[in-house]
Write a protein of this length. Structure first.
Length: 297
């Protein structure tokens, strides 16, 4: 009988009988998961296995632990409630959770969900309807505010800790990066005091189009939930500026403002942009290009 690649005997027992597993290509050279498209006796599943060596060397996950207290391999086994919670908050389809396991001395962290129908978005599919769907999704999540931040399941940090941990994380990540000009770092650190926040909402610090699916010309599903945290909504909106062109940003704003006012990002843009660059969220290597990108909101 076929076995799920990379999973222990006890982990195999959590999953339906496997018929066939096909490896899916990594989206990026430093991708932190190996994905398997699995045909099973209970229907198609997607199984994601953490590459722990990649996570240990990932600037993104180092920042997630430094800033948000997230240790994905150790915490992935408790993700069932994350899927349940987000399925009640977003208008998009969230994959049905099947099983998960955290990493230990003998087992790799993994998560298995039911496969969702749809195709990955592309530049050709980014029409007005899709941008509006994204805005509705984000607006729905941004309605769910709390006065604590950090891990989605158990936000543990107070508002006073946000600028403190942001400053500390910028310093740690810049030192690890090794080539951030002191002028830019100093400017970002001086602006951290403007990043005070009282409300925190569910966001994706690595928001990208490849985490969504399209069906019948509409944004239909969100299939990558590993990075959700409670944080200031401004951080996610600063990241979104890199994904939208000028017209798309106008469309997004029109829909988003049906339920929310658009915040002024001018005071927080520099430290948040530097943070996202140091997290390598979109793979940009030129700090100059990154910091001088057009402001969309």
């Amino acid at each position: 009988m076929p076995t799920y690649p990379g999973l222990s005997e006890s982990q195999q027992r959590q999953l339906p009988e496997l018929i066939r597993a096909t490896t899916l290509p990594a989206m990026f050279s430093d991708s932190t998961h190996q994905l398997w498209d699995c045909e099973t006796q209970s229907g198609p599943l997607i199984v994601k296995i953490c590459k722990q060596e990649n996570i240990a060397n990932s600037a993104f996950w180092q920042a997630m632990e430094s800033l948000f207290g997230v240790d994905l391999p150790a915490q992935l086994g408790g993700f069932a409630n994350v899927y349940i919670k987000l399925s009640t908050l977003s208008p998009l389809t969230i994959p049905e959770y099947i099983a998960a396991g955290s990493a230990n001395d003998t087992e790799q962290a993994f998560i298995a969900t039911k496969k969702v129908a749809g195709i990955l978005p592309s530049a050709a599919t980014m029409n007005t309807a899709v941008i509006s769907d994204l805005a509705n999704h984000m607006a729905s999540l941004h309605q769910q505010s709390t006065n604590l931040w950090g891990q989605l399941e158990q936000p543990q940090f107070t508002p006073e800790q946000w600028p403190q941990r942001l400053r500390s994380s910028l310093q740690i990540l810049a030192e690890q990066h090794g080539s951030i000009p002191s002028k830019i770092l100093d400017e970002a650190l001086k602006s951290v005091d403007f990043c005070e926040a009282k409300e925190f909402v569910p966001i994706m610090p690595d928001l990208r189009w490849d985490q969504f699916l399209l069906l019948d010309g509409k944004l239909s599903a969100l299939v990558d939930l590993d990075t959700f945290v409670y944080a200031p909504r401004e951080l996610e909106l600063v990241l979104l500026e890199y994904l939208l062109d000028e017209q798309q940003a106008k469309t997004f704003t029109q829909t988003y403002q049906q339920t929310h006012s658009m915040p002024d990002l001018s005071a927080v843009r520099t430290p948040y942009r530097l943070l996202l660059f140091l997290m390598n969220v979109l793979g940009e290597k030129s700090l100059e290009n990154w910091m001088q990108a057009p402001a969309r909101f």
